[in-house]
Ligand binder design. Structure first.
Ligand SMILES: [Cu+2]
Length: 373
């Protein structure tokens, strides 16, 4: 360790010595050319350096323009949600301001270096200060920055606020390596409670059947269907490691963190069908991806997003089977006082249990509630 520190000290000392000697050379030149020989910096190499500034400016400008045009193919697709269009607008306004300032300052910087290069007989004017100029270049950027920050903050506040009343709740849970989408069901349209300790191979999101709101909940791992024009309140969770919900067309991007539920609300205002026609591409589909590298199968965490009008969305929901219907064994976790309410989701034999199954399910219910604590 001590050797490394020593070595670093020597390197820094050497670097300092080089800098000091360079400074001394500059001071010598500045001090010693009052009316003496200035050919050392008005020679041919000075002219070449000056010309190179212009070459660099022009080639650099062409390269930057080409790079921008070339990368448009990687830009996000056109937004299909109002907040997406709003963030895009902010992005492009910021981009325009930044590009304008960068082009202006760099053109001046490079052109002046060329135009006002040292010439024999010319002497640079000493121009130590100009308060008016300083005021302008301080106040103008400050005002522009303040406006940008304020409009950005307002957009952020609106987008990240609580979902509006009447928003459709949908849960999305990330796991290695797929998303599980849970819907609140057609009867109560409310997501039931969950508990991660209840997670198993069939109940992948740990639905807690001691909560009656959970009885009609159903899940999907391949598709998320949402109604067009209605705010969607996404409730986001992760089961194992960090994932991130990304819906590029909706400009939705939010981390899914184990143990820390997150959320994001958005409104889709173009159906999948509309997009197919607009893009003249019958294979078009919105998609949800994972943008947090979460392991080997990260690339395959894809869910198709189907945006449809509310009627066909409701129809689709009604066609889905509640998880409880597919796996009636979870009926054992339903408290005795709620059994009657769950009956309609269970096959006939599970709905009208004999005395012995009632006893066992009650035991099961007790066991489940113990495991909750
Ligand atoms: Cu992931």
């Amino acid at each position: 360790m001590i050797y490394i520190v020593g070595l670093l000290a020597v390197i820094f000392l050497a670097m300092a010595a080089v800098v000091v000697s360079r400074m001394a050379a500059v001071v010598r030149n500045v001090g010693g050319t009052e009316d003496g020989d200035d050919s050392s910096y008005t020679g041919i190499s000075n002219k070449i350096n000056g010309a190179m500034f212009m070459v660099f400016l022009i080639l650099g400008g062409i390269a930057a323009t080409w790079s921008f045009m070339h990368s448009t193919q990687y830009f996000l697709p056109e937004a299909s949600s109002p907040h997406g269009r709003r963030t895009d607008e902010l992005f492009w306004i910021s981009m325009a301001i930044v590009t304008f300032s960068a082009v202006l300052t760099n053109v001046i910087l490079f052109y002046f270096s060329y135009r006002y290069q040292a010439r024999k007989g010319y002497k640079a004017a000493y121009y130590p200060e100009n308060h008016k100029l300083e005021l302008i270049w301080t106040v103008v950027p400050a005002v522009v920055m303040a406006v940008m920050v304020f409009t950005g903050w307002r957009a952020w506040r609106d987008i990240m606020s609580e979902a509006p009343q009447g928003a459709q709740e949908i849960e999305i849970v990330g796991k290695q390596f797929n998303w599980i989408v849970r819907y609140p069901g057609v009867d109560d349209n409310k997501l039931g409670n969950y508990n991660y300790k209840l997670t198993d191979n069939n109940n992948e999101v740990g639905i807690d059947y001691s909560d009656e709101k959970a009885f009609d909940d159903f899940t999907s791992t391949t598709e998320m269907h949402i109604p067009v024009g209605k705010p969607i309140a996404l409730k986001i969770r992760a089961r194992d490691v960090l994932h991130s919900v990304f819906i590029p067309h909706m400009r939705v991007k939010m981390d899914a963190v184990p143990g820390m539920p997150t959320r994001f609300w958005f409104t889709a205002d173009k159906t999948t069908e509309q997009m197919k026609n607009e893009l003249n591409n019958q294979d078009f589909t919105y998609e949800i991806a994972c943008t947090e590298v979460c392991g080997r199968g990260h690339f395959s965490m894809r869910v198709r997003l189907i945006v449809e009008d509310e009627d066909s969305w409701k129809k689709w929901c009604a066609e889905q089977k509640p998880l409880l219907t597919s796996f009636p064994e979870y009926a054992s976790r339903i408290p005795a006082n709620l059994k009657a309410k769950a009956a309609k989701y269970l096959p006939a034999d599970a709905a009208a249990p004999s005395d012995s199954t009632t006893a066992s399910t009650q035991q099961g219910g007790a066991a489940a509630s113990v495991s909750l604590r």
